[in-house]
Design a protein around this ligand. Structure first.
Ligand SMILES: Cc1cc2nc3c(=O)[nH]c(=O)nc-3n(C[C@H](O)[C@H](O)[C@H](O)COP(=O)(O)OP(=O)(O)OC[C@H]3O[C@@H](n4cnc5c(N)ncnc54)[C@H](O)[C@@H]3O)c2cc1C
Length: 314
């Protein structure tokens, strides 16, 4: 499939990338590894006037541990992050979600920033223009109705980053730089909850770095996918356990991850947490597995992940 025409600009700094973005009056897209963006362009699901390449920005490429935080530049590849000694020692849940992300070829190209900011997916959306035109444009394509849930008022396409779940379970923060200035916020706060506008980011904002509090944790990542060699999650659960308790993040069902702070680790609390996640899961018929099965798997994976951690700690 052939790419559409667009201007290509390679930025050497965050400020230059924002200036390039402004040159195109908001009609530009940022590019990191391109593994998510390029298929969207080829399918004409995005038709920017320009693509601003962030890969040449040195400051986005480093991992450092100081002042009680592990700081990860947005351009660090999934593969390098997976093999970082601090990540291996302190954050096992992140190692496991990185290992479960697609395959190593993709991990060597895809960046953590691009992974967090990947678009949501739907069986009715990630299709060619001919297919979509025949079926009729849905909410995510600017149409009037959802092709999966006809009366839905919001788009329920799936957010599929494995690593957002483990980073949220680890209470990670993200730093953003944009035309309106810089800010830092909890990772879970960047989601809008609607699949047609996945992120609550301002125009032209760049994710610069991710920070995780440097406290050793125990962790488990559980993922449901069709092919274990490569596929996106169709339900997934990350759990990180630290001194102050267990934080669970559920994803792969609906447009945003959901976070649960467990009040206790007795059998009743785990069961109640898993049941709440089951009730909250917004699985709809937009993937190759049935919504009923995916919701039930949310509950099963939740219990499996928490019980694994609890049994490891004995
Ligand atoms: C075959 C296949 C299988 C996959 N399986 C999985 C899987 O199992 N689990 C999973 O989690 N993911 C999966 N993915 C998604 C993959 O992980 C992402 O495509 C990849 O991590 C994105 O990183 P990238 O650097 O290539 O991002 P890009 O494609 O370059 O960018 C992705 C998006 O983020 C934006 N962006 C990138 N960097 C920044 C930044 N610093 N600031 C602001 N915006 C930015 C881009 O504009 C774009 O919208 C799969 C992808 C493919 C193609």
């Amino acid at each position: 499939m052939i790419l559409p025409g667009f201007e290509y600009r390679k930025a050497a700094s965050v400020a230059e990338a924002i200036a390039f973005y402004n040159d195109f009056q908001g009609k530009a897209r940022y590019l990191a590894g391109g593994t998510d963006l390029m298929p969207l362009l080829k399918y004409r699901l995005s038709t920017p006037a320009a693509v601003v390449d962030l890969k040449g920005i040195q400051e986005l490429g480093a991992i450092s541990a100081d002042h009680g935080w592990l700081t990860i530049g947005a351009n660090v590849t999934l593969f390098d992050l997976k093999n970082d000694p601090v990540v291996k020692e302190y954050f096992p849940v992140l190692c496991q979600s990185l290992e479960a992300t697609s395959c190593e070829t993709l991990q060597m190209r895809g960046t953590i920033g691009g992974n967090l900011l990947q678009d949501t997916r739907c069986i009715e959306y990630n299709k060619t223009m001919e297919w979509r035109t025949a079926r009729g444009f849905c909410l995510k394509m600017g149409g009037e109705t959802c092709n999966v849930v006809p009366h839905s008022r919001i788009c329920l396409s799936n957010y599929c980053s494995d690593n957002a779940l483990s980073l949220i379970a680890l209470s990670a923060e993200v730093s953003l730089a944009g035309p309106e200035g810089d800010k830092t916020t909890g990772l879970e706060k960047i989601f809008s909850g609607c699949g047609s506008r996945v992120f609550a980011l301002g125009p032209g904002e760049i994710l610069t770095r991710i920070r995780i509090p440097m406290e050793k944790s125990r962790g488990v990542y559980e993922k449901l996918r069709v092919r274990n060699s490569i596929d996106y999650p169709l339900a997934a659960v990350a759990v990180a356990m630290r001194q102050n308790g267990a934080r669970v993040c559920v994803g792969g069902v609906g447009p945003a991850p959901r976070v649960y702070d467990l009040t206790g680790t007795d059998a009743g609390s785990v069961r109640d947490g898993a049941q709440k996640a089951y009730t909250d899961a917004r699985a709809v018929p937009n993937s190759t597995l049935s919504p009923t099965y995916r919701r039930k798997m949310v509950r099963a994976l939740f219990r499996r992940a928490v019980n694994k951690i609890l049994s490891e700690g004995k």
